[in-house]
Design a binder for this molecule. Structure first.
Ligand code: PMP
Length: 436
């Protein structure tokens, strides 16, 4: 496989942006913990693709399940008739979800999961005769995909400002990272409760009776790996409960074992009313997402009030047989290989390796949780992002795939990672940082 001559011609700017076009890095194949590029070089996957290939690459059981499915039933027109697969999968998902989130709506991506969850929130209140609850609260510096709902509740400028005003009736919590108080800590200072009071500010400002939902990434990924200080999520939950506001966790990144439990909600001990997921659901190999909702929300959304009876929501590819087959084989893999708890087992080892990078040139903060790591670098004068990009490029040349968000280097290896891979990741990254 050679690189096509005019690559700009057929890629959207965000799928192959500056980070890619600077020096195209083309991958030819993948297996287990490794990619291989078109020149045959082996690249250790430090990011599970884009936080998604949690079971590793090209796992034979998943490959076989998808191949078998496409040859057996390639598509089911599920508005008229279905296949059993989405129902079988729903039972499996119910078994690992935090109670009482025991219903799912399928989507095809994280962005669709977010927009679907926001729509469900509005329809839920309307079905209960509270149609005035239309306001959605996100957080500054959050990423919720690229749909109109997601960019409206999100807060990253490059994701927002080119695309008009977004949804009406949206407001944002202030963001929570405070490097001054956080720098190099293992764990975080306990100012979560205080930070969460910002939701009370918005409740007072807008009147609780107009607010439908709050959406939050338990750990924000694309905004720079921002961890919730202890007490933050609990307090947000309490405030939502007090005012009848639905709480949505966007677990597109944190779901499916990334933090040592199937979902971050379980690890943090805070149960939202809805959970958006994608990525790890199929270990990235077939696009699929799912929104988890409680029985109460499901009932209201499906049949509750008269006004909801003619409600329509669904995609051509909802519960696609290939995606369901991939998800079922992925769940088998997670369960049989103990991958849901792997991040917890390796957390201390991962933390030691990551924090050994303290003191390397330009490192101003290090953050970690489960099998997530972030190394934040001081921005170069007048060129924010340049240093991060250098790390991405040099690490790739050494044979390591990292992700950057600005000047933060993010790591999230497949959950099949072993100690020797962790050693390799930090030794390659350490050498790159030494050379900056
Ligand atoms: N929410 C979060 C928290 C994400 O990290 C992402 C993707 N990185 C999305 C939503 C959007 O997912 P997708 O790219 O599959 O649409």
């Amino acid at each position: 496989l050679a690189a096509p001559a005019a690559m700009d011609a057929f890629w959207m700017p965000f799928t192959a942006n500056r980070q890619f076009r600077g020096t195209p890095r083309l991958l030819a194949s993948a297996e287990g913990m490794y990619y291989r590029d078109v020149d045959g070089r082996q690249i250790l996957d430090g990011t599970a693709g884009l936080w998604c290939c949690n079971a590793g690459h090209a796992r034979p059981r998943i490959v076989e399940a998808v191949a078998r499915q496409v040859a057996t039933l390639d598509f089911a027109p599920n508005f008229q008739m279905g296949s059993p697969l989405p129902f079988v999968l729903a039972e499996r998902l119910k078994a690992i979800a935090p109670r009482p989130l025991d219903h799912v709506f399928y989507t095809n991506s994280g962005s669709e999961s977010v927009d679907t969850a926001l729509k469900i929130a509005l329809a839920y209140h309307r079905a209960r005769g509270e149609g005035q609850r239309i306001r959605l609260i996100g957080r500054e510096n959050a990423y919720h995909g690229v749909g109109f709902g997601g960019i409206s509740v999100g807060g990253l400028p490059n994701n927002r400002k080119w695309f008009g005003p977004g949804l009406p009736a949206v407001d944002h919590l202030r963001h929570t990272l405070d490097i001054g108080r956080n720098a190099f800590s293992r764990g975080l200072p306990a100012h979560g409760v205080e930070l969460a009071e910002d939701l009370e500010r918005l409740v007072q400002l807008h009147d609780a009776s107009t607010i439908a939902a709050v959406i939050i990434e338990p750990i924000s990924g694309s905004a720079g790996v921002i961890l919730p200080p202890p007490g933050y999520l609990q307090r947000i939950r309490e405030i939502c409960d007090r005012h009848g506001i639905l709480l949505i966790f966007d677990e597109v990144i944190t779901g499916f074992g990334r933090v040592g439990e199937p979902f971050a909600a379980q690890r943090f001990g805070v149960t939202p009313d809805m959970m958006t997921t994608a990525k790890g659901l199929t270990s990235g190999c077939v696009p699929m997402g799912a929104v988890f909702v409680s029985e109460m929300i499901h009932r209201a959304f499906m049949q509750g009030a008269d006004s909801a009876i003619d409600l329509f929501h669904g995609y051509t590819y909802t519960g696609h047989p290939l995606a369901c087959a991939a998800a079922l084989a992925t769940l088998d893999t997670y369960e049989e290989e103990g991958l849901f708890t792997r991040a917890l087992e390796l957390e201390a080892y991962w933390q030691e390796g990551l924090h050994a990078l303290r003191g390397k040139p330009h490192v101003i903060d290090i953050r970690n949780y489960g099998l997530i790591g972030a190394v934040e670098l001081a921005p170069q004068d007048g060129a924010p992002g340049a240093r991060g990009y250098q790390v991405l490029e040099r690490a790739f040349r050494k044979g390591l795939l990292v992700r950057i968000t600005g000047d933060t280097v993010a790591l999230s290896p497949p959950l099949i990672v072993e100690r020797r891979h962790i050693d390799d990741i930090f030794s390659m990254l350490g050498e790159v940082l030494d050379g900056l």
